[in-house]
Each structure stands twice: as structure tokens, then as C-alpha cells.
Design a binder for this molecule. Sequence first.
Ligand SMILES: Cc1cc2nc3c(=O)[nH]c(=O)nc-3n(C[C@H](O)[C@H](O)[C@H](O)COP(=O)(O)OP(=O)(O)OC[C@H]3O[C@@H](n4cnc5c(N)ncnc54)[C@H](O)[C@@H]3O)c2cc1C
Length: 505
Amino acid sequence: MINSLTLFVTYIKNFKVLNQVRCASQVLPQFSSEKYKVKRKPFGTIEASDVDYFKTVLSEDRVLTDDNDVLPFNIDWIKNCRGQSKLVLKPKTTQEVSTILKYCNQKRLAVCPQGGNTGLVGGSVPVFDEIVLSFMLMNKIISFDEISGALICEAGCILENLDNYVRERNLIMPLDLGAKGSCHIGGNISTNAGGLRLLRYGNLHGSVLGVEAVKADGTVIDCLKSLKKDNTGYHLKHLFIGSEGTLGLVTKVAIHCPALPKAVSVGFFGVEKFEDILRLYANAKSSLGEILSAFEMADNDSISSTAKNLKLPNPISDYPFYVLLETHGSDEAHDSEKLTRFLEKEMESGLILDGTVTSDPAKMQTIWNLRENIAAAGLVEGYMFKYDVSLPLRNYYSLVPLLRQRLGAKASRVYGYGHVGDGNIHINVIVPKYSPEASSMLEPYIFEEVAKLKGSISAEHGVGFRKPQFIHYSKDANALQLMQQLKQLMDPNGILNPYKVLPEI
Ligand SMILES: Cc1cc2nc3c(=O)[nH]c(=O)nc-3n(C[C@H](O)[C@H](O)[C@H](O)COP(=O)(O)OP(=O)(O)OC[C@H]3O[C@@H](n4cnc5c(N)ncnc54)[C@H](O)[C@@H]3O)c2cc1C
């Protein structure tokens, strides 16, 4: 008998602060196929002989068929989607991935690749009985060049482990996100994850030097160069960055790691209104220039509920909005002086109502904890509808009050926070319990509004299972047709992560 509490513990065991979380409802989520009324495509069905075959490719302990073992791989982090897979495979090498895919392609068995299962759009879990191919055992670092900063590793390496490894060698990973303790670098690349410091270090299309990937038919595509420059024909690695496991499975990664900053400072400020945040952002860019590494905002609801639900301290008092600003530089005295001067000047101008600046690692972590756990804190209260959109900065916060008004008492809370520097806001809507009525008040309304404002319906989380039917709000018909043609070329039987990213024709 499957115990939902065990399931929940499995979810959160990798998250440090999340260990404090208690789920409001410990009921297993409804099957995605029923909740979203999806029809199974005519794929093959797994038989005992298939399982026997996989046991010859992998050792027996890497072929999971027991319901209790398979369950956590069927449910996504947000507890929104639930698949019905009966089989999880855990390859350790590219050759094993290739052999598995070749067999699945021949037998038309669908496959759902899974990294750390922290994705927020239902892309990482099956919808029906797709085989889950987990990268958790492909976690070796292959090489690291301390001079060039090129790290080559397997796809299943956990982001935080990679960051710890390169930090010991005076470099950092070029991306950082709240899920770093669980997400895999292969998952990051497959979702083109953005994160907290994109403002400074750019996105993965810039920092990924090369990838090795396996096509649906088992062909290994070796683009694992660690060069900064390589203009030999089409830049194929980009096909795998952000394609969410629909064009090929990423098995190895070469990534450029920037230098470890010698001086890091964090400022946390209380602000009266959203327009003041925009003015502060413009002033921060001009006053702090090259050392600005993150500029994050959160509204009062985001911070007060995170502090309350997870019992995290808020170093300043209650304000309508908050800004978390970080600098990465090379001279501690110079950087913190610059930041303190910025704080003083903006307090005088009235844009900052109150604030604190620190270079103390423990204090900086306390502040980051508040920001990084906003998503997790919402899960405690009920069912979360989660949106990740990018908007022109002037309209960045405009959807939050609009949704509050539209949902009225139906929502327990509607709140917004995100990466101001990237124009990326996360909007969470908490309702006591999932209801199709609340869902239809939100969707497609929110995507229509985003399209009207010329934004994107997915800034960084991807399209996954939850958004293919809305992708047309952000991609034109010809672009969608080209995407379908690429899919047909690379995965003609459609076995890789079906029901995800591409809309039904
Ligand atoms: C608390 C929290 C904070 C987050 N913050 C951010 C943030 O700041 N920025 C951001 O961009 N995202 C964020 N996310 C979302 C998520 O962490 C990222 O999308 C992350 O990159 C997913 O990595 P993963 O290893 O967990 O992938 P999974 O969730 O396992 O998979 C994500 C997608 O990639 C595919 N996939 C996974 N591995 C492979 C592979 N090796 N080859 C091919 N396809 C693969 C899956 O099929 C799925 O479609 C956050 C999530 C949480 C829970």
C-alpha cells in the first residue's frame, strides 16, 4: 500500500529548509490524464519480456518495477501532475542510454527522461505509462580545466555538488537556483534554466560549451567540445538546450565556469510601491555597474508567508515590497562601500524605506533563504497554480492585482516575485483545493493578458505538459510548424517525452 506521507518525505528530503514543510493535504494528486483529459497515444505497452530485456542491459537493482519504488518518479515537485509509469530505468553510461532508446524506438515504447524532478511544468513525469529514464546515477565529473574554467560532467550531476566542486577550485557554476540541492545539470540544460544570477552570467545558450546527447533511435551525437569558439557548421548543441527531452537525451555536458567572486555582498530593502522598484533597478545598474549580480523582488505576501510558514527570520520589518540585491566583485571594502553608499542615497531619496547590507556569509544566507523558499512555502497552504512569465518591465507586476481582483475570495492568496533584471515574474495563486472552476478562471486568461502585453508565457520553466496548448500565445504558426518538423526529423516515432512541449496538431 502506497503511503502518501512517505511520498511527501521523498519529495522534500533533498531540500534543506523544506524539511520544515508540512503539506496541507497529503492526498496523492489525481492522474494527469484524468485531470487534464488526455488520450493515450498508440505506443507499445510494456510486457514482462521488455522488463527482462532491460535487466540484461542494466543490473537488476537499476530496473524498478515495485509500485512504492516507482511512485515518487510519477509525481512532480508541485504535486500537480501524476503519471502511471510502471517502470523506472537508471542507466549509468551513455552506451546504456543508447541501448535502451534503440530498443524503445523499435518497440515504440514511450520514454520520459527525468533529472532531479524539480521541474514546475509537469515535463519531468510521465502522463501515462511512459518508461521513466532517470539520470540519477550518471553523476560523475569527467574533467575540469582550472585555467579555462571548462567543466565536463555527466548529466545527472546535482547542480549544488558541481558548484561545491568548482568553488574549491576558485570558480563557480554560471547558474544558481532554489532547487540547486536536487536539480541535475542535464535537467537545467534541458529546461534552459535561468535562475538567480542570469543578470550577471547570462543564460545557458552562452555558458554551455558542448553537449553529448542520444537521439530517439539510440544514435549518440557527440558535440561535447569544451571550446569557446567552434563555428563548424550548425550549432547543434542549442537544439538540446531548452527542448525538455523531446529531441534527445542529454548525457554529458561541457560548461564554462566563471571565477569565484572575491567579494560578495547582499542588500535587502523594503520598498513602498512597485514603481519604486523599477527606479531602484535603474539606479542600481548605474551606481553598481559591473558588480551587480542579482536584482530580485518579492511582494509582501511572498515574504511574509515564507517567513511565517517556514519559520524563517525576516531581517527587516513589514513592507509592501522587498528587493534583494547582490554584488559579485573583487574588492570587498570597495564593493561593500559602494553598496552602503547606494543604500544611504536611496534611503535619502525615499525609494528605500529600510534596508540592511551584509557581507557576512551566514547573514547573506538568511536573506537568500527567504527568497529561495517562496515557492516551497506556498505548498504548505493548499493547491498552487504557478505561473512563470516574462513581461516588459513597466508591466512586470501588473498581472498580480488583476488576478487578485478576478479571483476574489476564491483564492487564498495571489502573490508575485522574481528576477526583475530578466523581466521574469513568478505568480503563484493559492486555492484551498484544486478546482476546475479556479483553473478556468486563470487559464487561458493569464496567457491572453501576457500576449496582450507582448510577454512570454514561459520565461524559464519551459512548456512541459502544462502549457503546450498555450504555446501559440508566444510562438507564431510558422515557428511552431518548424518545431514539429524538427521533432519529426529527430524522433519520428514520437517516443521522447510525448504529450510535452508541442501542441496536438
Ligand atoms: C524551489 C524551486 C526553485 C526553482 N527555481 C528556478 C529558477 O530560479 N529558475 C529556473 O529556471 N527554474 C527553477 N526551478 C525549476 C527547476 O528547478 C528547473 O527547471 C530545473 O532546471 C529542472 O532540473 P531537474 O534536473 O530537476 O529536471 P527535471 O525536473 O527532472 O526535468 C525537467 C525537464 O527536463 C527533461 N530532462 C531532465 N533531464 C534530462 C536529460 N538529461 N536529457 C533530456 N531531458 C531531460 C525532463 O524530461 C523535463 O522535461 C525551480 C524549482 C524549484 C522546485
